[in-house]
Design a protein around this ligand. Structure first.
Ligand SMILES: [Zn+2]
Length: 184
């Protein structure tokens, strides 16, 4: 296992998110959280989001590369609502050397970090996606037309549980990190 390459991919993905996610969330005392939901253990105070990571065998070679989601989120009104407190990413330990060798690991890590943040995973509880997979978030709809796409952002409607309803469909998105292929 190339731990230096893995750490580098994790740090680069985290740094990308820290460039675009600004603002502050109220801190959480981690003693209120179940430690079994984080293999690494929590810091005492979580400010703003803490992501736990786990490498283990998931499936056959190059099937699912990884999956992730929030473990706890803030339930409040306004902008703090459904913001992730902690979540866990799991990567298929068998596939990590392939992802490193092909320069994919950073993208896969970024994809899974976004699921921890609520991308896809918070859409349904936050009321942002309809039963017919129409995404109704105002900001997503606004950039959709700026990008020259029509109608509303399409949510992936196939791929099965773990993919459908939690990703963008590939329509109109050419180099999109958060479509559902290869990862969940
Ligand atoms: Zn995914």
């Amino acid at each position: 296992m190339d731990t230096i390459a893995t750490a580098d991919a994790l740090k680069k993905a985290r740094d990308k998110l820290m460039q675009v996610i600004i603002g502050d969330l109220f801190p959480i005392d981690s003693t209120e959280l179940d430690p079994n939901n984080c293999v690494n253990g929590y810091p005492d105070i979580i400010d703003d989001t803490y992501i736990c990571g786990n490498d283990k065998p998931i499936d056959e070679d190059l099937g699912i590369l990884g999956f992730a989601g929030p473990s706890y989120w803030r339930i409040n009104s306004g902008v703090q609502n459904f913001t992730s407190i902690t979540g866990q990413m799991t990567f298929d330990i068998v596939d990590i050397p392939f992802m490193i060798a092909n320069g994919l690991l950073e993208d896969v890590v970024l994809h899974e970090m976004l699921h921890v943040m609520g991308f896809g995973t918070a859409w349904e509880p936050a009321g942002l996606v309809s039963a017919s997979n129409i995404y109704s978030g105002a900001n997503g709809q606004a950039v959709w037309s700026e990008w020259g796409c029509v109608d509303t952002p399409p949510v992936e409607n196939d791929g099965g549980e773990g993919t459908a309803g939690k990703h963008w469909d590939e329509d109109c998105l050419e180099d999109e990190s958060e479509d559902g292929r290869k990862t969940n």
